[in-house]
Design a protein around this ligand. Structure first.
Ligand code: GLC
Length: 474
Protein backbone atom coordinates (compact mmCIF):
# COMPACT_ATOMS: atom_id res chain seq x y z
CA UNK A 1 0.00 0.00 0.00
CA UNK A 2 1.39 3.41 -0.91
CA UNK A 3 1.72 5.93 1.86
CA UNK A 4 -0.98 8.58 1.46
CA UNK A 5 -0.23 12.29 1.80
CA UNK A 6 -3.31 14.49 1.87
CA UNK A 7 -2.68 18.09 0.85
CA UNK A 8 -5.18 20.90 1.20
CA UNK A 9 -4.03 23.41 -1.42
CA UNK A 10 -5.53 26.90 -1.04
CA UNK A 11 -5.35 29.79 -3.48
CA UNK A 12 -7.30 32.90 -4.43
CA UNK A 13 -7.31 31.90 -8.10
CA UNK A 14 -6.61 28.86 -10.29
CA UNK A 15 -6.81 28.21 -14.00
CA UNK A 16 -9.15 27.31 -15.69
CA UNK A 17 -11.77 28.51 -13.19
CA UNK A 18 -10.50 31.99 -12.47
CA UNK A 19 -7.26 33.67 -13.45
CA UNK A 20 -5.95 37.17 -12.86
CA UNK A 21 -2.20 36.62 -12.81
CA UNK A 22 0.66 34.15 -12.46
CA UNK A 23 -0.71 32.74 -9.21
CA UNK A 24 -3.65 31.36 -11.21
CA UNK A 25 -1.29 29.52 -13.57
CA UNK A 26 0.58 27.95 -10.67
CA UNK A 27 -2.49 26.97 -8.65
CA UNK A 28 -4.04 25.37 -11.75
CA UNK A 29 -0.91 23.37 -12.67
CA UNK A 30 1.05 22.42 -9.56
CA UNK A 31 -1.67 20.30 -7.88
CA UNK A 32 -2.09 18.24 -11.07
CA UNK A 33 1.68 17.78 -11.37
CA UNK A 34 1.84 16.69 -7.73
CA UNK A 35 -0.93 14.15 -8.13
CA UNK A 36 0.82 12.78 -11.21
CA UNK A 37 3.83 11.87 -9.04
CA UNK A 38 1.78 9.29 -7.16
CA UNK A 39 3.30 5.80 -7.45
CA UNK A 40 3.55 2.51 -5.55
CA UNK A 41 5.26 4.18 -2.63
CA UNK A 42 3.39 7.40 -2.18
CA UNK A 43 -0.07 8.57 -3.10
CA UNK A 44 -0.44 12.33 -3.22
CA UNK A 45 -4.06 13.28 -2.64
CA UNK A 46 -3.88 17.00 -3.40
CA UNK A 47 -7.15 18.91 -3.31
CA UNK A 48 -7.65 22.52 -4.34
CA UNK A 49 -9.86 24.94 -2.41
CA UNK A 50 -10.92 28.22 -4.02
CA UNK A 51 -13.30 31.02 -3.13
CA UNK A 52 -16.47 30.85 -5.19
CA UNK A 53 -15.91 34.35 -6.62
CA UNK A 54 -18.87 35.55 -8.67
CA UNK A 55 -16.52 35.51 -11.71
CA UNK A 56 -15.65 31.81 -11.33
CA UNK A 57 -16.38 29.69 -14.40
CA UNK A 58 -17.10 26.12 -13.41
CA UNK A 59 -19.53 23.51 -14.71
CA UNK A 60 -21.19 20.55 -13.03
CA UNK A 61 -20.64 21.78 -9.51
CA UNK A 62 -21.86 19.31 -6.93
CA UNK A 63 -23.32 21.00 -3.82
CA UNK A 64 -21.78 19.63 -0.63
CA UNK A 65 -24.06 21.49 1.73
CA UNK A 66 -23.75 24.23 4.28
CA UNK A 67 -21.61 24.39 7.40
CA UNK A 68 -21.01 27.17 9.85
CA UNK A 69 -18.04 28.78 11.50
CA UNK A 70 -17.90 30.71 14.72
CA UNK A 71 -18.06 34.46 14.40
CA UNK A 72 -18.34 36.41 17.65
CA UNK A 73 -21.63 35.53 19.31
CA UNK A 74 -23.12 34.31 16.07
CA UNK A 75 -22.11 31.81 13.43
CA UNK A 76 -21.51 32.54 9.74
CA UNK A 77 -22.49 30.11 7.08
CA UNK A 78 -20.30 28.73 4.36
CA UNK A 79 -21.46 26.64 1.46
CA UNK A 80 -19.19 24.19 -0.36
CA UNK A 81 -19.27 22.85 -3.90
CA UNK A 82 -17.13 20.24 -5.59
CA UNK A 83 -15.83 19.54 -9.07
CA UNK A 84 -12.69 17.93 -10.49
CA UNK A 85 -9.82 19.15 -12.62
CA UNK A 86 -8.22 16.24 -14.45
CA UNK A 87 -8.63 14.01 -11.43
CA UNK A 88 -7.87 16.67 -8.82
CA UNK A 89 -10.82 17.38 -6.51
CA UNK A 90 -11.60 21.10 -6.46
CA UNK A 91 -13.75 22.70 -3.77
CA UNK A 92 -15.37 26.10 -3.96
CA UNK A 93 -16.41 27.96 -0.85
CA UNK A 94 -19.20 30.45 -0.94
CA UNK A 95 -20.59 32.78 1.69
CA UNK A 96 -21.68 36.37 2.27
CA UNK A 97 -18.16 37.86 2.51
CA UNK A 98 -17.29 36.30 -0.86
CA UNK A 99 -20.48 37.41 -2.56
CA UNK A 100 -20.07 40.93 -1.12
CA UNK A 101 -16.91 41.41 -3.13
CA UNK A 102 -17.39 40.84 -6.84
CA UNK A 103 -13.83 40.93 -8.12
CA UNK A 104 -11.06 38.51 -7.17
CA UNK A 105 -8.94 41.33 -5.76
CA UNK A 106 -10.62 44.61 -4.95
CA UNK A 107 -9.14 48.00 -4.24
CA UNK A 108 -11.10 47.98 -0.99
CA UNK A 109 -8.69 46.48 1.55
CA UNK A 110 -11.43 45.97 4.12
CA UNK A 111 -13.65 43.94 1.78
CA UNK A 112 -10.67 41.84 0.71
CA UNK A 113 -9.61 41.20 4.28
CA UNK A 114 -13.10 40.08 5.28
CA UNK A 115 -13.40 37.88 2.24
CA UNK A 116 -10.09 36.10 2.49
CA UNK A 117 -10.23 35.69 6.27
CA UNK A 118 -13.64 34.08 5.90
CA UNK A 119 -12.37 31.92 3.05
CA UNK A 120 -9.28 30.77 4.96
CA UNK A 121 -11.21 29.81 8.09
CA UNK A 122 -14.04 28.15 6.16
CA UNK A 123 -11.45 26.15 4.19
CA UNK A 124 -10.07 24.87 7.52
CA UNK A 125 -13.53 23.60 8.45
CA UNK A 126 -14.10 21.95 5.09
CA UNK A 127 -12.08 18.76 5.88
CA UNK A 128 -14.38 18.01 8.85
CA UNK A 129 -17.36 18.51 6.60
CA UNK A 130 -16.08 16.11 3.91
CA UNK A 131 -14.35 13.75 6.35
CA UNK A 132 -10.97 13.89 4.72
CA UNK A 133 -8.11 15.13 6.87
CA UNK A 134 -5.09 16.90 5.39
CA UNK A 135 -1.52 16.05 6.41
CA UNK A 136 -0.33 19.31 4.88
CA UNK A 137 -1.93 22.72 4.46
CA UNK A 138 -0.39 24.46 1.46
CA UNK A 139 -1.23 28.18 1.26
CA UNK A 140 -0.29 30.74 -1.39
CA UNK A 141 0.27 34.46 -0.77
CA UNK A 142 -1.47 36.67 1.78
CA UNK A 143 -5.02 35.73 0.72
CA UNK A 144 -4.81 32.23 2.16
CA UNK A 145 -2.12 32.84 4.79
CA UNK A 146 -4.61 32.85 7.66
CA UNK A 147 -5.42 29.20 7.01
CA UNK A 148 -1.93 28.31 8.25
CA UNK A 149 -2.08 30.74 11.14
CA UNK A 150 -5.64 29.69 12.05
CA UNK A 151 -4.73 26.01 11.95
CA UNK A 152 -1.83 26.54 14.35
CA UNK A 153 -3.86 28.77 16.68
CA UNK A 154 -6.64 26.19 16.80
CA UNK A 155 -4.30 23.32 17.57
CA UNK A 156 -3.05 25.28 20.59
CA UNK A 157 -6.53 26.17 21.71
CA UNK A 158 -7.85 22.65 21.36
CA UNK A 159 -4.62 20.91 22.37
CA UNK A 160 -4.95 18.96 19.15
CA UNK A 161 -2.43 17.62 16.66
CA UNK A 162 -0.72 20.31 14.60
CA UNK A 163 -1.03 19.96 10.81
CA UNK A 164 2.19 20.52 8.82
CA UNK A 165 2.13 23.58 6.56
CA UNK A 166 3.83 25.08 3.51
CA UNK A 167 3.58 28.71 2.49
CA UNK A 168 4.44 29.56 -1.10
CA UNK A 169 5.41 33.19 -1.64
CA UNK A 170 4.52 34.56 -5.06
CA UNK A 171 4.65 38.20 -4.14
CA UNK A 172 6.01 39.37 -0.80
CA UNK A 173 5.08 43.09 -0.92
CA UNK A 174 1.35 42.27 -0.80
CA UNK A 175 0.77 41.40 2.87
CA UNK A 176 -2.92 42.16 3.39
CA UNK A 177 -4.40 44.62 5.92
CA UNK A 178 -4.72 44.65 9.72
CA UNK A 179 -6.74 41.58 10.75
CA UNK A 180 -6.72 41.96 14.52
CA UNK A 181 -10.43 42.84 14.71
CA UNK A 182 -11.33 40.14 12.21
CA UNK A 183 -9.41 37.48 14.15
CA UNK A 184 -11.15 38.48 17.33
CA UNK A 185 -14.55 38.07 15.70
CA UNK A 186 -13.59 34.57 14.52
CA UNK A 187 -12.41 33.74 18.01
CA UNK A 188 -8.79 33.31 16.99
CA UNK A 189 -6.11 34.68 19.31
CA UNK A 190 -3.35 36.94 18.10
CA UNK A 191 -0.13 35.22 19.18
CA UNK A 192 3.01 36.83 20.59
CA UNK A 193 5.17 36.55 17.51
CA UNK A 194 8.77 37.49 16.87
CA UNK A 195 7.66 39.43 13.79
CA UNK A 196 8.46 43.14 13.55
CA UNK A 197 5.74 45.03 15.40
CA UNK A 198 4.00 46.46 12.33
CA UNK A 199 3.76 42.97 10.82
CA UNK A 200 2.15 41.24 13.79
CA UNK A 201 -1.39 41.98 12.63
CA UNK A 202 -0.98 41.29 8.89
CA UNK A 203 -2.10 38.03 7.24
CA UNK A 204 1.02 37.30 5.22
CA UNK A 205 3.56 37.67 8.04
CA UNK A 206 1.28 35.70 10.40
CA UNK A 207 1.09 32.91 7.85
CA UNK A 208 4.86 32.92 7.36
CA UNK A 209 5.39 32.86 11.10
CA UNK A 210 3.07 29.88 11.60
CA UNK A 211 4.29 27.82 8.63
CA UNK A 212 6.78 24.94 8.75
CA UNK A 213 8.30 25.80 5.39
CA UNK A 214 8.45 28.99 3.35
CA UNK A 215 8.93 28.53 -0.38
CA UNK A 216 9.67 31.40 -2.73
CA UNK A 217 8.75 30.70 -6.37
CA UNK A 218 12.40 30.66 -7.49
CA UNK A 219 15.72 29.95 -5.75
CA UNK A 220 16.99 33.48 -6.45
CA UNK A 221 13.84 35.10 -5.01
CA UNK A 222 14.27 32.82 -1.99
CA UNK A 223 17.64 34.49 -1.40
CA UNK A 224 16.58 38.01 -2.41
CA UNK A 225 13.86 38.16 0.25
CA UNK A 226 16.57 37.84 2.89
CA UNK A 227 17.97 41.25 1.86
CA UNK A 228 16.72 44.76 2.72
CA UNK A 229 16.28 45.50 -0.99
CA UNK A 230 13.64 42.80 -1.49
CA UNK A 231 12.68 41.72 2.02
CA UNK A 232 9.99 44.40 2.53
CA UNK A 233 11.01 44.77 6.17
CA UNK A 234 10.70 41.05 6.91
CA UNK A 235 14.30 40.20 5.94
CA UNK A 236 15.54 39.79 9.51
CA UNK A 237 12.61 37.60 10.46
CA UNK A 238 13.17 35.52 7.31
CA UNK A 239 16.90 35.26 8.01
CA UNK A 240 16.11 33.89 11.45
CA UNK A 241 13.96 31.20 9.88
CA UNK A 242 17.16 29.82 8.34
CA UNK A 243 16.76 26.46 6.61
CA UNK A 244 12.97 26.68 6.54
CA UNK A 245 13.14 29.36 3.82
CA UNK A 246 13.95 28.23 0.30
CA UNK A 247 12.99 28.54 -3.33
CA UNK A 248 11.42 26.15 -5.84
CA UNK A 249 11.16 27.33 -9.43
CA UNK A 250 7.66 27.34 -10.91
CA UNK A 251 7.09 25.18 -13.94
CA UNK A 252 5.26 25.95 -17.14
CA UNK A 253 2.25 24.15 -18.58
CA UNK A 254 4.27 22.71 -21.48
CA UNK A 255 1.24 21.01 -23.00
CA UNK A 256 -0.72 24.22 -23.33
CA UNK A 257 2.35 26.27 -24.26
CA UNK A 258 3.71 24.19 -27.11
CA UNK A 259 4.55 25.90 -30.43
CA UNK A 260 4.14 22.56 -32.21
CA UNK A 261 0.45 22.32 -31.31
CA UNK A 262 -0.68 25.79 -30.19
CA UNK A 263 -3.94 26.47 -32.07
CA UNK A 264 -3.53 30.25 -31.73
CA UNK A 265 -0.56 30.29 -34.13
CA UNK A 266 -0.65 30.76 -37.91
CA UNK A 267 2.08 28.14 -38.30
CA UNK A 268 3.09 25.49 -35.78
CA UNK A 269 6.79 24.77 -35.48
CA UNK A 270 9.43 22.98 -33.44
CA UNK A 271 13.21 22.69 -33.30
CA UNK A 272 13.28 20.93 -36.67
CA UNK A 273 11.07 23.46 -38.44
CA UNK A 274 12.23 26.72 -36.91
CA UNK A 275 12.03 28.42 -40.32
CA UNK A 276 8.22 28.19 -40.15
CA UNK A 277 8.37 30.73 -37.34
CA UNK A 278 8.68 33.43 -40.03
CA UNK A 279 5.07 32.79 -41.04
CA UNK A 280 4.00 33.78 -37.55
CA UNK A 281 6.02 36.97 -37.68
CA UNK A 282 4.46 38.07 -40.98
CA UNK A 283 0.97 37.23 -39.72
CA UNK A 284 1.59 39.11 -36.48
CA UNK A 285 2.90 42.26 -38.20
CA UNK A 286 -0.07 42.15 -40.51
CA UNK A 287 -2.50 41.76 -37.62
CA UNK A 288 -1.09 44.64 -35.58
CA UNK A 289 -0.61 46.85 -38.63
CA UNK A 290 3.16 47.16 -38.91
CA UNK A 291 4.99 46.70 -42.23
CA UNK A 292 7.27 43.72 -42.81
CA UNK A 293 10.79 45.08 -43.37
CA UNK A 294 13.63 42.66 -44.15
CA UNK A 295 16.23 42.13 -41.40
CA UNK A 296 14.30 44.20 -38.87
CA UNK A 297 13.93 42.61 -35.43
CA UNK A 298 10.57 42.83 -33.71
CA UNK A 299 10.91 43.63 -29.99
CA UNK A 300 7.99 42.66 -27.76
CA UNK A 301 6.69 43.45 -24.31
CA UNK A 302 3.88 41.24 -22.99
CA UNK A 303 3.16 42.28 -19.45
CA UNK A 304 0.84 43.67 -16.88
CA UNK A 305 1.45 47.43 -16.97
CA UNK A 306 2.91 47.66 -13.52
CA UNK A 307 5.87 49.45 -12.00
CA UNK A 308 7.05 46.02 -10.73
CA UNK A 309 7.57 45.00 -14.33
CA UNK A 310 9.88 47.93 -15.16
CA UNK A 311 7.80 48.80 -18.23
CA UNK A 312 8.79 52.46 -17.84
CA UNK A 313 12.44 51.46 -18.32
CA UNK A 314 11.49 49.75 -21.57
CA UNK A 315 9.78 52.89 -22.86
CA UNK A 316 12.80 55.07 -22.08
CA UNK A 317 15.24 52.54 -23.54
CA UNK A 318 13.30 52.23 -26.79
CA UNK A 319 13.12 56.00 -27.14
CA UNK A 320 16.87 56.27 -26.64
CA UNK A 321 17.53 53.55 -29.22
CA UNK A 322 15.55 55.29 -31.93
CA UNK A 323 18.50 55.46 -34.33
CA UNK A 324 18.79 51.66 -34.49
CA UNK A 325 16.77 49.32 -36.66
CA UNK A 326 13.85 47.64 -34.85
CA UNK A 327 10.08 47.50 -34.55
CA UNK A 328 8.16 47.00 -31.31
CA UNK A 329 4.85 45.64 -30.07
CA UNK A 330 3.65 46.17 -26.51
CA UNK A 331 0.68 44.23 -25.15
CA UNK A 332 -0.73 44.77 -21.69
CA UNK A 333 -3.12 46.61 -19.40
CA UNK A 334 -2.97 47.88 -15.87
CA UNK A 335 -1.62 51.12 -14.46
CA UNK A 336 -3.30 53.94 -16.39
CA UNK A 337 -0.23 56.18 -16.24
CA UNK A 338 1.91 53.49 -17.81
CA UNK A 339 -0.73 52.83 -20.44
CA UNK A 340 -0.77 56.54 -21.28
CA UNK A 341 3.04 56.61 -21.49
CA UNK A 342 2.92 53.64 -23.84
CA UNK A 343 0.41 55.34 -26.11
CA UNK A 344 2.57 58.45 -26.16
CA UNK A 345 5.46 56.36 -27.40
CA UNK A 346 3.28 55.05 -30.20
CA UNK A 347 2.33 58.62 -31.14
CA UNK A 348 6.02 59.47 -31.42
CA UNK A 349 6.86 56.50 -33.65
CA UNK A 350 3.60 55.23 -35.16
CA UNK A 351 5.43 53.62 -38.08
CA UNK A 352 7.42 51.28 -35.84
CA UNK A 353 5.66 50.87 -32.48
CA UNK A 354 2.26 49.29 -31.77
CA UNK A 355 0.63 49.42 -28.35
CA UNK A 356 -2.30 47.18 -27.52
CA UNK A 357 -3.79 47.95 -24.12
CA UNK A 358 -5.91 44.92 -23.41
CA UNK A 359 -5.58 41.43 -21.98
CA UNK A 360 -5.46 39.06 -24.93
CA UNK A 361 -4.17 35.54 -24.26
CA UNK A 362 -4.20 34.40 -27.87
CA UNK A 363 -2.49 37.55 -29.21
CA UNK A 364 0.13 37.02 -26.48
CA UNK A 365 0.83 33.54 -27.88
CA UNK A 366 1.09 34.98 -31.40
CA UNK A 367 3.59 37.52 -30.12
CA UNK A 368 5.76 34.86 -28.42
CA UNK A 369 5.69 32.91 -31.69
CA UNK A 370 6.36 35.82 -34.02
CA UNK A 371 8.44 38.45 -32.22
CA UNK A 372 12.24 38.17 -32.11
CA UNK A 373 12.87 39.32 -28.56
CA UNK A 374 10.92 39.86 -25.36
CA UNK A 375 11.84 42.54 -22.82
CA UNK A 376 11.36 41.86 -19.09
CA UNK A 377 13.15 44.62 -17.18
CA UNK A 378 11.38 43.73 -13.91
CA UNK A 379 12.31 45.60 -10.72
CA UNK A 380 11.56 42.35 -8.93
CA UNK A 381 10.24 39.09 -10.37
CA UNK A 382 9.49 36.25 -7.95
CA UNK A 383 9.42 33.81 -10.85
CA UNK A 384 7.92 35.13 -14.07
CA UNK A 385 6.28 33.03 -16.73
CA UNK A 386 6.60 35.05 -19.94
CA UNK A 387 10.34 34.51 -20.26
CA UNK A 388 9.79 30.74 -20.13
CA UNK A 389 7.01 30.84 -22.72
CA UNK A 390 9.14 33.13 -24.92
CA UNK A 391 12.09 30.72 -24.85
CA UNK A 392 9.84 27.79 -25.64
CA UNK A 393 8.53 29.74 -28.65
CA UNK A 394 11.94 30.82 -29.98
CA UNK A 395 11.61 34.42 -28.82
CA UNK A 396 14.80 35.63 -27.13
CA UNK A 397 14.33 37.11 -23.64
CA UNK A 398 16.14 40.28 -22.57
CA UNK A 399 15.75 40.30 -18.79
CA UNK A 400 16.96 41.83 -15.58
CA UNK A 401 18.80 39.39 -13.33
CA UNK A 402 16.02 39.36 -10.71
CA UNK A 403 14.32 36.37 -9.08
CA UNK A 404 13.14 33.70 -11.48
CA UNK A 405 14.49 35.61 -14.46
CA UNK A 406 17.97 35.05 -13.09
CA UNK A 407 17.24 31.33 -12.64
CA UNK A 408 15.78 30.71 -16.09
CA UNK A 409 17.70 32.89 -18.57
CA UNK A 410 21.43 32.42 -19.19
CA UNK A 411 23.33 35.39 -20.55
CA UNK A 412 24.65 34.70 -24.06
CA UNK A 413 23.22 31.20 -24.13
CA UNK A 414 19.44 31.53 -23.98
CA UNK A 415 19.04 35.29 -23.74
CA UNK A 416 20.45 38.61 -22.60
CA UNK A 417 20.68 39.49 -18.93
CA UNK A 418 21.42 42.83 -17.25
CA UNK A 419 21.84 43.77 -13.60
CA UNK A 420 20.94 47.35 -12.75
CA UNK A 421 17.42 48.77 -12.46
CA UNK A 422 18.24 51.48 -14.97
CA UNK A 423 17.21 52.12 -18.56
CA UNK A 424 20.88 52.44 -19.55
CA UNK A 425 21.52 48.83 -18.45
CA UNK A 426 18.47 47.64 -20.34
CA UNK A 427 19.60 49.68 -23.37
CA UNK A 428 23.00 48.02 -23.32
CA UNK A 429 21.35 44.57 -23.20
CA UNK A 430 19.01 45.39 -26.11
CA UNK A 431 22.01 46.71 -28.05
CA UNK A 432 23.91 43.45 -27.56
CA UNK A 433 20.87 41.54 -28.75
CA UNK A 434 20.48 43.79 -31.81
CA UNK A 435 24.14 43.17 -32.60
CA UNK A 436 23.75 39.39 -32.60
CA UNK A 437 20.45 39.41 -34.51
CA UNK A 438 21.91 39.78 -38.06
CA UNK A 439 24.10 36.71 -37.47
CA UNK A 440 21.44 34.13 -38.32
CA UNK A 441 23.45 31.14 -37.07
CA UNK A 442 24.23 32.76 -33.72
CA UNK A 443 20.61 33.87 -33.30
CA UNK A 444 19.31 30.42 -34.11
CA UNK A 445 21.70 28.91 -31.60
CA UNK A 446 20.08 31.12 -28.92
CA UNK A 447 16.62 30.09 -30.09
CA UNK A 448 17.47 26.39 -30.09
CA UNK A 449 19.05 26.56 -26.66
CA UNK A 450 15.92 28.26 -25.27
CA UNK A 451 13.55 25.85 -26.99
CA UNK A 452 15.47 22.90 -25.55
CA UNK A 453 15.08 23.95 -21.91
CA UNK A 454 12.90 21.76 -19.73
CA UNK A 455 10.46 23.98 -17.86
CA UNK A 456 7.92 21.25 -17.14
CA UNK A 457 6.22 21.10 -13.74
CA UNK A 458 7.55 17.67 -12.90
CA UNK A 459 10.88 18.92 -11.52
CA UNK A 460 9.20 21.46 -9.25
CA UNK A 461 6.52 19.02 -8.12
CA UNK A 462 9.20 16.52 -7.04
CA UNK A 463 10.81 19.20 -4.86
CA UNK A 464 7.47 20.04 -3.24
CA UNK A 465 6.89 16.33 -2.58
CA UNK A 466 10.27 16.03 -0.84
CA UNK A 467 9.40 19.08 1.22
CA UNK A 468 6.00 17.67 2.24
CA UNK A 469 7.70 14.43 3.29
CA UNK A 470 10.35 16.18 5.34
CA UNK A 471 7.95 18.47 7.23
CA UNK A 472 5.48 15.66 7.95
CA UNK A 473 8.35 13.66 9.44
CA UNK A 474 9.56 16.43 11.69
C1 GLC B 1 3.46 36.59 -9.09
C2 GLC B 1 4.88 37.05 -9.41
C3 GLC B 1 5.45 36.31 -10.63
C4 GLC B 1 5.26 34.80 -10.47
C5 GLC B 1 3.79 34.49 -10.18
C6 GLC B 1 3.54 33.02 -9.98
O1 GLC B 1 2.58 37.04 -10.06
O2 GLC B 1 4.92 38.44 -9.65
O3 GLC B 1 6.82 36.59 -10.77
O4 GLC B 1 5.65 34.17 -11.67
O5 GLC B 1 3.38 35.17 -9.01
O6 GLC B 1 4.31 32.48 -8.93
Amino acid sequence: MPKVINVLFLAAEAEPFVKVGGLGDVAGSLPRALRALSNDEVHLDVRIVLPYHPVVKAENLKPLGVFSIKHGDIEVQAEAFETTLEGVPVYFIDGDPIRANGSVYSSDAKLDTEKYAFFSFAALELPHHIQWMPNVIHANDWHTALSIYGSLAKSWEEGSHRIASVFTLHNLPFMGADVSAVLERYGIKLAQTDLPEWARVLPLPLGLWASDAIVAVSPTYGKEILTPEYGCGLQEFLQMRGETVGGILNGLDVVSFNPATDAALSANFDLESLERRAVNKTALLDKIGLPWIPDTPLIAVVSRMDVQKGIDLAFTALKSLKKLNWQAVILGTGDLKLEAAALKLQELYPERIKIITRYDASLARQIYAGADMLLMPSRYEPCGLSQMIAMRYGCIPVVRAAGGLNDTVTQGKTGFVFEKIHHLSLMAAIKSALKVFPDRAAWQALQRAGMSQDFSWENSAKKYLELYQSIIKS
